[in-house]
Design a protein around this ligand. Structure first.
Ligand SMILES: Cc1ncc(COP(=O)(O)O)c(C=O)c1O
Length: 382
């Protein structure tokens, strides 16, 4: 049975029929099951208040287990639920104890959240180094060429938000492990699109918000932290929820939780938790093998269409292992901002990136929609 014959998929996506959603690298639509769970949760709040709070906490535990599976974390204790990717990066940047002269190596293609926070450490005398990923050799070699005796960490996106370049995380993780460097991965453009294995890549820190490839709401992110690295992070936010004996309000002595819950200072985002858990249940039913295969097939389909038109130039690498769900390209005979505006006006949801247009279909996007979007690209007359 092909994936699109599957009832799960057909019943789960209810976008307006004239809307072609190719922006899963931006903000994604929710599956129907997530809509239903949020509707039910809203009704429950309005009529029963928090009567079922213990059940809500069970959903929170379920979500941690789902996230554990999706990133292959050893235990749910390694996962904190934070507001967003940027917050998690800030927890790392301001948790570590830096010395004047330390440096952090990254790339010149990072989303601003994985640059600004490190640049802000210049006040402490820490240098942020950006490798040119297009340099001769591999993107990883470019990173490694900037590492010296004062390097403390490599931080990269698993897939670059604009070009769609997929990094070889296993290789970077091994390099870091062999040299005692910390390894931080902004995985927002991978988790939910591709297999992700924090153990295989030897990551110390991994963060990803739920509103892109995980098809969840904005404002709820996973933060994975290796236990050894966790103990190196100084805490900056405190409250009732981050202590070891959570819920014992009469107790005056406290210690920070042993688990990554120590980074969650107060009340959880229970609404977001319900939504993200519902969305992730779809991935676990479909299976990440299928999701990854279908995501890559759609990128390859777009590559073929783009390569067959001489006016079009592919910006994303089509080398095997170097792409994920993002396909960025330009039309060389037109103004690409105007092309982007034309596509949006014609209800193709996409993004202007790298001087071209970024398409990011997900595993359920139909090939008819990809064809319709590419036809519009070619039809555009300035
Ligand atoms: C690679 C990357 N990192 C971080 C972010 C921002 O994430 P958040 O809003 O969860 O902080 C984005 C959003 O586009 C992104 O593409």
């Amino acid at each position: 049975m092909s994936l699109m014959d599957n009832d799960i998929i057909r019943n789960e996506f209810n976008l307006q029929t004239d809307l072609i959603h190719l922006n899963h690298a931006g903000v994604s639509p929710w599956p129907v099951r997530t809509l239903h769970v949020v509707q039910a949760f809203a009704e429950e709040n309005a009529v029963m208040g928090s009567s079922r709070y213990p059940e809500w906490l069970n959903v929170e535990t379920t979500l941690r287990r789902q996230l554990q599976k999706i990133i292959n974390a050893p235990t749910i204790d390694d996962i904190a639920l934070l507001k967003n990717t940027s917050e998690a990066l800030s927890v790392v940047a301001y948790g570590l104890d830096w010395s004047k002269g330390d440096n952090i190596v990254s790339s010149d293609q990072e989303f601003p959240s994985n640059r600004i926070v490190w640049e802000s450490l210049s006040e402490k005398g820490v240098e942020f180094r950006e490798a040119d990923l297009t340099m001769a050799g591999s993107p990883e070699d470019s990173l490694f060429s900037l590492v010296d005796d004062n390097t403390r960490m490599i931080t990269v996106s698993s897939v670059q938000f604009s070009t769609g370049l997929k990094m070889d995380l296993e290789r970077i993780g091994k390099f870091c492990k062999d040299r005692g460097l910390l390894f931080c991965v902004d995985a927002i453009q991978s988790v939910g699109a591709l297999h992700f294995d924090v153990q295989n890549i030897n990551a110390d820190f991994v963060m990803a918000d739920g509103h892109k490839w995980m098809l969840g709401p904005e404002g709820l992110a996973l933060f994975y932290c290796h236990p050894d690295a966790r103990d190196r992070l100084k805490l900056h936010q405190y409250g009732w929820h981050m202590v070891e004996t959570v819920g014992d309000f009469d107790r005056r002595e406290w210690t920070a939780a042993n688990s990554a819950r120590r980074f969650e200072c107060g009340s959880p985002n229970i609404l977001g938790i319900h939504a993200l858990s519902a969305s992730l249940s779809l991935f676990l039913e479909v299976g990440m093998d299928t999701v990854e295969r279908e995501v890559l097939k759609r990128s390859e389909y777009l590559f073929d269409r783009i390569k067959s038109s001489p006016e079009l130039e592919l910006i994303t690498s089509h080398e095997s292992g170097r792409y994920a769900g993002i396909v960025t390209f330009k039309r060389n005979d037109v103004d690409n901002v105007a092309l982007y505006e034309y596509l949006m006006k014609n209800r193709v949801l996409c993004a202007p990136r790298s001087g071209g247009v970024r398409f990011s279909p997900h595993f359920y996007t139909s090939y008819e929609q990809l064809d319709a979007a590419m036809d519009l690209v070619m039809k555009f007359v300035p």
